[in-house]
Design a protein around this ligand. Sequence first.
Ligand SMILES: Nc1ncnc2c1ncn2[C@@H]1O[C@H](COP(=O)(O)OP(=O)(O)OP(=O)(O)O)[C@@H](O)[C@H]1O
Length: 251
Amino acid sequence: MSGAKIILADVAKSFGDNVVLDGVSLEVESGESLAVIGQSGTGKSVLIKCVLGLFRPERGSILVDGDEVVGASEGKLARIRKKFGMLFQGGALFDSLPVWRNVTFGLTQGRFQNSARMRAIAEENLERVGLSRDVLYLRPSELSGGMQKRVALARAIAPRPEILFFDEPTTGLDPIRADVINDLIVSLVEEAGITAVTITHDMASARKVAHRVAMLYGGRIIWQGPRDRLYDSGNPYVDQFVQGNAEGPIQ
Ligand SMILES: Nc1ncnc2c1ncn2[C@@H]1O[C@H](COP(=O)(O)OP(=O)(O)OP(=O)(O)O)[C@@H](O)[C@H]1O
């Protein structure tokens, strides 16, 4: 690891009276895998959208490789966004397109470009997520949920991003298929040197994919530490969340 890739300092974001982020400070090192945990609706997705410049915080600073995202022009944001790949919660695949066009969508913006080259790129990236060329011409709806996630992952990595955001990557998968996705995230971080931020409710996934875990609660990061400390955090909010107790400080 060498230097912080992403630095958030005192980031605040509200929607009307709904204060979602209220002073988030967090750093992600280059080559690090960080998991952000927290209850539904605490603002994990909003946090990611602020980093991508899709939401404009009212306060604070977000640096990506030293470039300020908050208040940046659309041109600068477009340049910064090229560093990111994103695995959306539902996969967000287009069922009207075959798998190969889904995988290369970010490279072509949906336009028809040298198909043979695009199919070769699709095949190469599908192979990186453990899928064979047999799926190239299938529609996403013809695949299992686990395979759809892998296709979505192949699409996220096709432009060779430096940073990957995973929004609930294991949701809806059985524990075995979830673990296949976890292993893929680990290998992308280790082999390709990608910086990863994973939003998850799945504690097994957080412990497997992340070097470090941060918990978002009440608009702030209330705890962060190495994954080994997740079940020994000394923080009653983290304890309640990871153990899934109805009783505790989180109501
Ligand atoms: N575009 C928007 N306009 C208004 N409010 C929004 C918008 N996007 C998110 N919110 C609000 O921000 C809050 C946090 O939502 P967010 O989706 O970030 O939660 P989350 O922690 O990612 O939850 P989950 O784990 O269920 O995905 C919610 O109260 C939501 O209603």
